[in-house]
Design a protein around this ligand. Sequence first.
Ligand SMILES: N[C@@H](CCC[C@H](N)C(=O)O)C(=O)O
Length: 289
Amino acid sequence: MNTATTLPFLKMNGLGNEIVVVDLRNSSRTFTPEEVAAVAADRISRFDQMMVLHAPRTAGTLSFVRIYNADGSEAGACGNGMRCVGWFLAQGGAGERFLVETRAGVLGTVVKNQASITVDMGEPKFDWQDIPLAEEFRDTRAIELQVGPIDNPVLHSPSVVNVGNPHAIFWVEDLDLYDLGRFGPLLENHPIFPERANISLAQVTSSESILVRTWERGAGLTLACGSAACAVAVSAARKRLTGRRVKVTLPGGDLMIEWAANNHILMTGPVEFEYEGAIDFSKLAKVSV
Ligand SMILES: N[C@@H](CCC[C@H](N)C(=O)O)C(=O)O
C-alpha cells in the first residue's frame, strides 16, 4: 500500500481535451470518485479526463488503464487520453507499437511521433442493449428522441453507438445554430440512456469530412472528444453520409478516423505535453460527488 500524500502527474492535451496522466504501474493505490473530482477541481491538475496507468492484467499489454471524468465517474474509452498514454509509454521506451488495456478491451497503439499517434479503438456496437438504451430500438441509426416541440423539434432522431462508451449523434445542417451547452446536460441525463451518454452535433461537409462538437458525459463541453469522433464517423458511414475514412474537425483540431475492413476503428491525431506536476492529497479541497 502506497501511503505517500503526493503523486506525480503529467499534464497533456489531445486537441485541447485536457488530460492528466498518472502512472501507478508500481503501486497498488487507486482513486476514489471524490479524490478524482478533487484533483479535477484543482487549478494545477485540472482535467477533462484523468488516465491512470495500473500494472498490466493481461499478458502482452503494457498497462491496464482506468479512465476518469472530471466529475469522478469512470469511462470505458477516451480517444484523446489514449493517444496521450501512447505518447507517454513511447517516451518511456515502449517502442513504436504496443498493446494497452482499458475496460473496453485491449487496444493497439502506433506512435510515429507527437503529431501522429494511432489508436485502435476496437469494434463499434450498435445493438440497443449495448449502447445501452433503456428501451428497444431496432434501428439505432436514428432513434426516436427529440428536443423541443413534438411537431417542430429543435433536434431529433440521433444515431447511437457504443465505441467503448455510449454516444448519441444529432445530424445538423449548421453546428453554430445550436446551444450544445444548454441541450447537452439534458440529453446526457435523459432516461433513455441508463448509463448517461456523450452527446454530439455533427455536420457532414463532404463524403470525407465532418464537423463535430461534443458535450461529454461527466466533463461537459470540451475542445475535442476522440471517442465521439469515432462514434460520428462510423455512424455517418452506416447512414451512407460518408465513406469509411473521414477527417473529423473538432473545435480543437482534426482527427483522421478510419473504420477498417476488420470492423475496428482507427483514430489518428496529435498530442501535446504541457507540464509535470504533483497531486498533493493533503491540500486537495473536499469535493462531494
Ligand atoms: N474525451 C474523451 C472521452 C472521455 C470519456 C467520456 N466523457 C465518457 O464518459 O464516456 C475522448 O477523447 O474520447
